[in-house]
Design a protein around this ligand. Structure first.
Ligand SMILES: [Zn+2]
Length: 197
């Protein structure tokens, strides 16, 4: 069950603030860069650009104006993706607690979704992991369906989906290791985990 009022007998056991907490921020940044490198390497392998010879061959075929057009398109799709990512979080927050008030804020480097609800462990983990799972499956399908020359335009969004979920994955692993009886409050910027006294 999920509530908009903390059930009695609960006390706060952990605060997670990925902006203020230096150690958490460093861990998330390391995870972000690692995922980015893995995804780019995978993209090169998949698009037959793994060796220098193959890479030069592909580069020789690229027309500059097409490259610029696709790069701009990827940036636009990336911007749209960020909003969709947060909407998916909000959708699951509302699904698991219909009476919750949801909020969305957008800063230069990040966007965040929050609510005034207290979610149980399973609900909160699903909320955290939903964008990377849903958009990951969808973007993989699109990457496989588009012509090879459009692969990178879509794959850039997939890189953003996986690496950009570093914070969500970090939260998912922290919550997964906690007791079953916890309740999670997520205002969007800061999370507070409560446990039974
Ligand atoms: Zn997220």
């Amino acid at each position: 069950m999920n509530f908009i009022k903390l059930p009695s007998g609960y006390e706060p056991i952990k605060k997670i603030n990925l902006v203020k907490d230096k150690n958490a921020r460093i861990t998330v940044n390391i995870l972000y860069v690692s995922l980015m490198i893995i995804m780019i390497a995978f993209g090169f392998l998949f698009s037959n650009m793994a060796t220098l010879e193959q890479f030069i061959k592909v580069c020789e075929k690229i027309e500059l104006w097409r490259f610029i057009f696709k790069a701009i398109l990827s940036c636009i799709l990336g911007g749209i993706y960020v909003v969709i990512h947060e909407v998916i979080h909000l959708f699951f927050m509302k699904l698991f607690c219909p009476e919750a008030k949801i909020s969305f804020s957008y800063k230069v480097l990040y966007a965040c979704a929050g609510s005034n609800a207290y979610f149980n462990k399973i609900s909160y983990n699903l909320i955290a992991i939903s964008p990377i799972a849903i958009m990951g499956a969808l973007l993989t399908m699109v990457c496989l369906l588009v012509p090879a020359s459009w692969f990178w335009t879509v794959y850039v969004v997939q890189i953003l989906n996986v690496a950009g979920a570093a914070g969500d994955l970090y939260i998912f692993f922290i919550i997964s290791r906690m007791n079953r009886d916890i309740m999670v409050y997520d205002s969007g910027v800061e999370m507070i985990v409560y446990s039974k006294k």
